[in-house]
Design a protein around this ligand. Structure first.
Ligand code: IVH
Length: 700
């Protein structure tokens, strides 16, 4: 048995390495899945055979309470930056000087081989291996001490749990960059926004936030990647006969790391002289935009490790390396004012307004400061010079303040104590990052609530744009969502930019919106954490607002029993339904003709699909089985599976005649071929989403 476990572990590790590190799969998905299940079953039966580097042991343990601070065996240094070729040349001249190789006047500069690597804009990690096994992973921290995040890093498939060496050294320290690829980043943000959670500002922040997640399962779902670039070995290590030789250069270190099983960025190059470095830097300036992850420069490292040792370090950084940064994604500007935005949930977001600067192709003059904590961390003062960043399509942000340029006597900036819209006192609850206006009739909250109610995913009312909503609120014509339904065409026609025709159309659109399905009404209420996906799941389990309110008050366990719905959401529902103003709103909506419940057709359709059972179990995809294969353009496998299961469908590993659909993405393997040979219908992501949409009771 032990031999079979070892064999399976070896086969699966080899296949995962080929897939995640080499990007060259050697095993078909069904084979992998079958062997994986066999290993899992054997390990369940004989727990004593579980090895720490078993491929089943990537996501393990329960959520952590917090992270331990640990000391790095070898400190993590930072890099000095150069922002121009002049600065690069100055660095090289200094390097030659410390190496005692400055040429005589008139002589050319001696050429030293260097390695050019891309500077990945992620988060540095320090990995410690003991006798070949991953023992510890830590964040950079202050370079001396970092946080121990081993359980999270184990979930990164491109981090080997065991080094592929015959004679592993007693210890190895590997450094590299963890990152979230752009595509995954976009999907994570889409999902967060769907749940009403704030989006991450950029992939690096998303990665940093993920690495500090307490639950390794969440980290696993976020699919981080890792590129190794630095190797430290004990002085006395001797390679075994099949091991890579002890590296004498950075170039050989990269080869060693690759041989030991790490993913090394394939774009590194050995460069003969400074001219080659400059060409490498220039070439990647445009080309890096094609890469599926963020880079912010190139790192140039003296290749020869002995020369590196001779050159040594300054206080913070090695003299033998330099980061050559690409410009224009960060730029300084001067702060003009701090303004505040009040969102529909009352959350107050500080916004920096500054002198316009060109960044990544557009002119930028505003950037979110996220929340009071971020504001305090930046220590922003009136008139400060700030550094603003914008990467590609991503939201501009204030990276830091340059305190040395601060005008004398400048006052620190804080969030105001009262709401800029309604003047009521702002509240910040203990343990919450958000500062809120809790006045439910605050015009900013009302405008936000109305905009949300009429939006596409909610009641989808055509012709109710932001400008119109602003007028309605400012003139006191609308004080709640229900008031919208009391507007008459004559009044609407008298407003700016409205005519008789558009007024009549709007009245008709509002009337029609009363027939929108229950899950859209629920989503439209804008309850914290109840995004589109959750609203659908809840609407299927609870046929109307009355049932949902009763469960929220008396039997929250019935709410958390819904797939994908946790305590936080149940609590938020409980609070929402317990608030008098919200109860009033529901009554008013009912008076205006809203059912706030599933219609007869919706219930019937739900039950039809779900077969027997009460309507709480009814699910449009009940009884249908799905197989997922390949990489979908925006959904992760887990997300696709969640959506299918939330709709009552089942996801299985292998294709048979009984499979209802195969959902295939890029590089779909044998499952797709099998589906085609058995005549099982094949969907792409769009097809899946359409099916979920059309399977929903409303349109049935
Ligand atoms: S070498 C002493 N190589 O950039 C060597 N760093 O600004 C220091 N980084 O903390 C690191 N890509 O997080 C190195 N190819 C690369 C890198 C890289 C990204 C990051 C790393 C470091 C930061 C310094």
């Amino acid at each position: 048995m032990a031999a079979r476990v070892a064999e399976l572990s070896r086969l699966l590790t080899h296949a995962a390495h080929a897939y995640y590190v080499l990007d060259a799969p050697v095993m078909e998905d069904p084979v992998y899945d079958r062997l994986y299940r066999e290993l899992l079953e054997l390990e369940q039966a004989y727990p004593e055979l579980i090895r720490p580097d078993s491929p089943t042991q990537r996501v393990g343990g329960s959520p952590a309470e917090g992270f331990r601070s640990v000391e790095h065996r070898i400190g993590l240094l930072s890099l000095d930056n150069a922002f121009s070729t002049e600065e690069l040349e100055a660095w090289y001249a200094r390097l030659l000087k410390v190496l005692d190789r400055t040429p005589a006047a008139g002589e050319p500069l001696p050429a030293l081989p260097m390695v050019g690597e891309l500077k990945i804009d992620g988060n540095a990690l320090a990995l410690s291996y003991r006798d070949g096994l991953l023992e510890r992973a830590a964040t950079r921290g202050d370079g001396e001490r970092g946080e121990e995040i081993t359980a999270n890093v184990r979930t990164i498939q491109s981090v080997p749990l065991r080094l592929q060496l015959g004679h592993p050294p007693a210890w190895v320290e590997v450094r590299g960059e963890a990152l979230i690829p752009d595509g995954t980043f976009a999907a994570i943000n889409a999902e967060r926004q769907g749940r009403g959670e704030p989006a991450f500002a950029n992939p690096r922040n998303a990665c940093a936030g993920t690495l500090r997640q307490l639950d390794p399962q969440v980290v696993a779902d976020r699919r981080l990647d890792f590129f190794a670039y630095t190797l430290h070995l004990p002085d006395d290590w001797q390679p075994g006969p099949d091991d890579p030789p002890r590296p004498a250069s950075q170039w050989e270190s990269l080869a060693w790391l690759r041989a030991a099983g790490f993913k090394v960025n394939p774009n590194a190059e050995l460069l003969d002289d400074l001219a080659a470095v400059e060409a490498f830097f220039a070439r990647w300036e445009p080309d890096r935009r094609q890469l599926p992850y963020a880079t912010d420069g190139v790192v140039v490292k003296l290749d020869d490790l002995r020369l590196q040792a001779d050159a040594g370090f300054t206080q913070k950084a090695p003299r033998w390396a330099i980061a050559l940064k690409y410009a224009a994604e960060e730029a300084p500007s001067r702060l003009l004012r701090l303004s505040c935005q009040v969102g529909r949930t009352g959350v107050v977001t500080p916004v920096a307004e500054f002198e316009p600067v060109p960044l990544a192709g557009t002119s930028v003059s505003r950037a979110t400061l996220h929340n009071a904590d971020r504001l305090a961390e930046l220590n922003l003062h009136a008139g400060d010079t700030i550094v603003v960043r914008k990467a590609g399509e991503i939201i501009p942000e204030v990276v830091r303040v340059l305190p040395e340029l601060r005008p004398a006597g400048a006052l620190p900036l804080q969030l105001p104590p009262t709401c800029p819209e309604c003047g009521s006192e702002l509240v910040r609850e203990a343990g919450e990052a958000a500062t809120r206006c809790v006045n439910s009739s605050c015009p900013a909250i009302l405008r936000g609530a109305l905009r949300h109610w009429v939006s596409k995913g909610a009641l989808d009312v055509d012709g109710a744009g932001s400008k119109l909503i602003e007028q309605l609120v400012d003139r006191g014509l609308v004080r709640s969502i229900a008031d919208l339904y009391r507007l008459d065409a004559a009044l609407l026609a008298s407003l700016e930019r409205m005519g008789e025709k558009s007024a009549a159309n709007l009245v008709a659109a509002l009337a029609a919106s009363k027939g929108q399905p229950w899950h859209r009404q629920l989503y439209g209420l804008g309850i914290h954490h109840v995004g589109e996906v959750n609203a659908k799941a809840l609407a299927r389990a609870f046929p109307g607002a009355a049932e949902l309110a009763a469960a929220a008050a008396e039997a929250p366990e019935r709410i958390t029993a819904v797939f994908g719905i946790g305590d936080e959401i149940a609590q938020s529902l409980q609070q929402w339904f317990a608030t008098a103003a919200n109860q009033g709103l529901l009554r008013q909506l009912e008076r205006e003709g809203f059912s706030l419940a599933a219609g007869a057709a919706e219930r019937a359709a739900g039950q039809g699909a779900g077969g027997a059972g009460d309507s709480g179990d009814a699910a449009p995809l009940a009884g249908r089985t799905f197989v997922l294969t390949g990489t979908l353009p925006s959904l992760s496998r887990r997300q696709a599976q969640d959506l299918i299961e939330a709709a009552g469908g089942k996801v299985t590993a292998s294709v048979s005649k009984k499979t209802s659909y195969v959902v295939a993405g890029a590089e779909a393997g044998s499952k797709l071929t099998k589906a085609e040979s058995l005549g099982v219908p094949v969907l792409d992501e769009e097809g899946l989403l359409a099916l979920l949409e059309q399977g929903k009771p409303a349109s049935a």
